[in-house]
Design a protein around this ligand. Structure first.
Ligand SMILES: [Zn+2]
Length: 246
């Protein structure tokens, strides 16, 4: 009987490992996805800042062009002043020149504001460039390794399954094998539970004193009266299994 129990514990060890691989099959692709997404987001953020900066530079050029145009007009009107005959025309042209000067004043203060905005956006650009660089470095450092791990998992699971099935064959056609398989399927990948300080390690149900005595004797297979898992005392020289509760 002890050999049978040991085989069950070893089968459970393989199933625990299979369970960990299945968990990795969920977690690793998520990690990979996050790495890729971080780079995409950082790239989009950088592009956003660059677009704002391009807008500012374009607006600056437009305003500078307006100033230049106004100055040319002022020069032209200034030259015309010398040829003016009437006082009325002279006044009109002078007020035109004054209004151009005032316009340029306004444009210059707009340009100053734009310079402040540009300084801010330059800071943001530098920040976002370093964020993108960091995201790219994280991706470069981990991507290949993650892809390799992911690609190997299925094969690893197959191999673990094969080893577990080999163990199951040593139990011949004992109905325990079928029971074990059903428990793995229906009890959160845990078919074997241990007497842990008088309680089932699978569900925490307190084991009756009579059953505890029988567990010590190891004469027959016991099932937890609550969760139905195959219940036994820990076996000294047997592979330890992780027995987290449900
Ligand atoms: Zn139980």
């Amino acid at each position: 009987m002890i050999d049978k129990l040991k085989t069950l514990v070893r089968m459970q060890t393989f199933d625990d490992e299979i369970g960990r691989c299945r968990e990795l099959q969920k977690v690793l692709p998520e990690q990979l996805h996050t790495l890729i997404q971080d780079v995409e987001e950082a790239t989009a953020h950088l592009q956003e800042s660059q677009n704002v900066k391009d807008g500012i530079v374009k607006r600056q050029k437009e305003l500078e062009g307006e100033i230049k145009h106004n100055n040319e007009l002022k020069l032209k009107y200034g030259n015309q002043l010398a040829e003016i005959k009437t006082n009325k025309e002279y006044k009109a042209l002078n007020s035109e020149i004054a209004s151009l000067t005032a316009k340029n004043g306004e444009i210059e203060s707009q340009l100053l504001e734009l310079m402040d905005t540009e300084a801010e956006i330059n800071k943001q650009l530098a920040q976002r460039q370093s964020e993108l660089k960091a995201a790219e470095q994280r991706k470069a450092a981990k991507e290949d390794d993650l892809r390799e791990q992911i690609s190997k998992l299925e094969g690893k699971i197959e191999e673990l399954r094969r080893q577990r099935t080999e163990l199951a064959h040593t139990l011949k056609s004992d109905p325990l094998v079928k029971q074990y398989g059903n428990l793995i399927k229906n009890k959160n990948n845990k078919a074997v539970a241990f007497n842990q300080n008088g309680a089932c390690s699978g569900c925490g149900f307190v084991i009756r004193p009579q059953i505890r005595i029988e567990l010590d004797l190891r004469k027959k297979i016991h099932n937890c009266e609550s969760c139905g898992r195959i219940l036994m005392n820990r076996i000294e020289d047997c592979d330890p299994v992780d027995d987290s509760e449900e």
